[in-house]
Design a protein around this ligand. Structure first.
Ligand SMILES: Cc1cc2nc3c(=O)[nH]c(=O)nc-3n(C[C@H](O)[C@H](O)[C@H](O)COP(=O)(O)OP(=O)(O)OC[C@H]3O[C@@H](n4cnc5c(N)ncnc54)[C@H](O)[C@@H]3O)c2cc1C
Length: 333
């Protein structure tokens, strides 16, 4: 990619500079500075540290803007260079291919701010804020409503897109509105009705819109001791029923009503089954854990193995909840 075609108010051709850098493994990589913003676009940035599975290759190009202007500049740059854009939150529901991801990966985790409005009981929060941190902060303030979310290690943006949920609650139940940026860089405020929410699904999935902010309805005025106790109880329950001691993406498959995916996998005798460093967790069969040194391809092949085994035994094809990005080849399993 050259910088000579880049244009736009914030990322003008004349102001762009590029620099080669030596990376730890001595491979040349390139950094592009987009002036007047915090856009530092890096080439060949490893993504394994940015996903909860701790696997995956590099982003062809990577940027982590801290504000709207920088995000718009990054989008403009991708448009000018005809780069496919992939959005990354906390990477806690992603399986990134060992071959990496072509195009520009935009991480939203540096979008930070929150405002607890005591008049309305609404929490307005930027897309990069951590869900567990918000749950603890709300509990500290005696605001009820987020206790269930304490064990979900994602960002607000990822939770709005995935309709994250636990303990019979989910984001759609409490979302007042989400602010999204379209591919054309237009800001829109959307209500839950416009987002087409269903179980772990929304119209934002696979789309070109980026969540920048969300407003959630909470219930202030409770005793913080009570809310903290409920939050701790949820956390404790998760720690005792789910394997938080190894890297994972949480539940791998959607629950096919009326069954749970974990029950089907366990009844198929797959607990503990391992391919390379990837293993069906002993504690919860709908988790695949990285026991150390797993490749994305190990996890992918284990997903396929589970799907075929469960299909053979129950005539049910399990649909992944985890988002797989980049290239995966079933023929290599
Ligand atoms: C130990 C563990 C436990 C878990 N438990 C649960 C659980 O109980 N319930 C549950 O629902 N999930 C659970 N998860 C899965 C995961 O935490 C959620 O799906 C979470 O909402 C993902 O958020 P994220 O920021 O990590 O998104 P990512 O994984 O980074 O991205 C997920 C999807 O959202 C998109 N995306 C992310 N941010 C944005 C944005 N700002 N704008 C537009 N698109 C965006 C991505 O492109 C991708 O398609 C668990 C995961 C782990 C590791």
């Amino acid at each position: 990619m050259t910088t000579s075609q880049a244009a736009g108010n914030l990322c003008t051709v004349s102001a762009l500079t590029t620099k080669k850098q030596e990376t730890a493994n001595s491979v040349d990589s390139e950094i592009i500075y987009l002036p007047s913003t915090d856009c530092v676009i890096k080439s060949q940035a490893s993504l394994s540290a940015f996903t909860s599975y701790r696997v995956g290759g590099a982003a062809e190009w990577y940027v982590a803007p801290r504000n709207l202007e920088a995000l718009q500049a990054s989008l403009q740059y991708a448009k000018e260079q005809a780069l496919k854009v992939t959005i990354l939150g906390a990477g806690s529901n992603l399986l990134v291919s060992d071959r990496g991801i072509p195009g520009l990966v935009i991480a939203t985790r540096h979008f930070r701010s929150n405002y607890f409005d005591p008049q309305t009981g609404q929490l307005t929060v930027a897309a990069g804020e951590s869900i567990p941190s918000l749950a603890w902060e709300a509990a500290d303030r005696g605001w009820e409503g987020l206790e269930w979310a304490v064990g979900i290690p994602g960002t607000v943006g990822g939770a709005v897109v995935m309709n994250a949920g636990a303990h019979n609650s989910c984001i759609a139940d409490m979302l007042v509105s989400a602010q999204v940026l379209s591919a054309e860089s237009t800001l829109e405020t959307l209500t839950p009705d416009q987002l087409g929410y269903q179980y772990r699904s929304s119209l934002l999935q696979g789309g070109s819109r980026i969540v920048t902010q969300a407003t959630l309805q909470l219930q202030p005025g409770a005793d913080p001791v009570k809310v903290l106790a409920a939050t701790k109880q949820h956390k404790q329950h998760r720690l005792s029923t789910q394997p938080y001691n190894f890297p994972s993406c949480g539940s791998v498959f959607r629950n096919p009503t009326p069954y749970t995916a974990g029950w089907l996998i366990e009844q198929t005798g797959l607990k503990g089954y391992q391919i390379g460093g990837a293993q069906v967790a002993q504690l919860h069969a709908n988790f695949i854990v990285n026991r150390g040194g797993a490749k994305a391809s190990d996890i992918f092949c284990l997903i396929r193995h589970i799907q075929y085994q469960v299909q053979e035994r129950w005539s049910i094809w399990l649909e992944p909840e985890v988002k797989m990005i980049g290239e995966f080849q079933a023929a290599n399993c």
